[in-house]
Design a protein around this ligand. Structure first.
Ligand SMILES: Cc1ncc(C[n+]2csc(CCOP(=O)(O)OP(=O)(O)O)c2C)c(N)n1
Ligand code: SF4
Length: 278
């Protein structure tokens, strides 16, 4: 395991160029980064075949540190850039890393339509319930009643579930993990990256500096172990009542279906059109 970690560190990090990183000590983004690298390594994907695209936010800084083909793009537009890359080079493994604000507030429509289109991209959404980078404003996943810099007396809007939105919008594979369950997260990311079609992994993570501090949720360790206590495996959650699930969330695979994939459909139409022309 130590050797493996050393290999991953040496092989996949741009350690000469981009460290030290910008993340606060204890931020879950580091755990997600580790999981992403272990999953890519585990699948044996050649580095040149991997494209990682991100938007803007603390989590989106991930592309700066990793040695693949990377695109650090504009806020809310990671999936639009990723879609362009995938359409131009369908054989590449395209992964988009986003925060909850990036993916589901400013980028919300792009997220819904990437799922509906079922394009073969893996979306990793680091859900820390806040806009971490810009100082802790509320996002679509900030819980009702929570304090943030834009809801100092308690948030009056209701949060939604990113994973359930992805299922409804038509993604082929949807899973939810947490930064506490790192080994499970490695596996979920491997499954998502192996899937044809749009795959989504929502990762429940901690921003103890912005969301945690304002809501007295404790330090990084307290928040991360809190995920252990609140997470319920999907199969068990299905048998629990809404009251029993109060304050909890399910983890594991929420949806895994096979259906036509837009990149393949697009290739078919393209070759049919080329034949008609010749
Ligand atoms: C068009 C645009 N609007 C707003 C911003 C400012 N901005 C940068 S990061 C960010 C929020 C990031 O939050 P999230 O996506 O949840 O990621 P986190 O930092 O929590 O990982 C915002 C609003 C921007 N860069 N561009
Ligand atoms: S502000 Fe929050 S999300 Fe950003 S690096 Fe710090 S702990 Fe992580």
């Amino acid at each position: 395991m130590v050797v493996e970690t050393e290999v991953i560190r040496r092989e996949y990090l741009r350690h000469d160029k981009k460290f030290p990183h910008v993340w606060c000590p204890g931020c879950g983004n580091g755990i997600v980064l580790g999981s992403l690298l272990r999953a890519i390594h585990g699948l044996g994907l050649p580095k040149d075949d991997v494209v990682v695209v991100s938007g803007i936010g603390c989590s989106s800084r991930m592309t700066t540190y990793i040695d693949f083909n990377t695109l650090h793009t504009t806020h809310g537009r990671a999936l639009t850039f990723a879609t362009g890359v995938k359409l131009a080079k369908p054989r590449l493994k395209v992964i988009a890393v986003m925060g909850d604000g990036d993916a589901t507030a400013i980028g919300g429509n792009h997220f819904i339509h990437a799922a509906r289109r079922n394009i073969s991209i893996t979306a990793i959404i680091v859900n820390n319930s806040t806009y971490g980078m810009t100082g802790g404003q509320y996002s679509p996943t900030t819980p009702y009643g929570s304090r943030s810099t834009t809801s100092v007396y308690g948030h009056v809007e209701h949060d939604f579930s990113i994973a359930e939105l992805a299922v409804t919008a038509g993604a082929s594979f949807v899973a939810r993990g947490t930064v506490y369950h790192a080994a499970q997260l490695d596996k979920l990311l491997e499954e998502a990256m192996s899937k044809r079609g749009f795959s989504v992994v929502e990762v429940i993570s901690n921003c103890h500096v912005q969301h945690g501090r304002r809501n007295k949720l404790g330090d990084a360790v307290t928040m991360i172990t809190g995920f252990r206590d609140r997470a319920v495996p999907v199969a068990k959650a299905a048998k629990m009542t809404a009251e029993e699930m109060q304050g909890k969330f399910s983890i594991g695979v929420l949806c895994d279906v096979d259906k036509p994939v837009s990149t393949e459909e697009y290739e078919r139409i393209r070759s049919e059109a080329c034949q008609l022309k010749s």
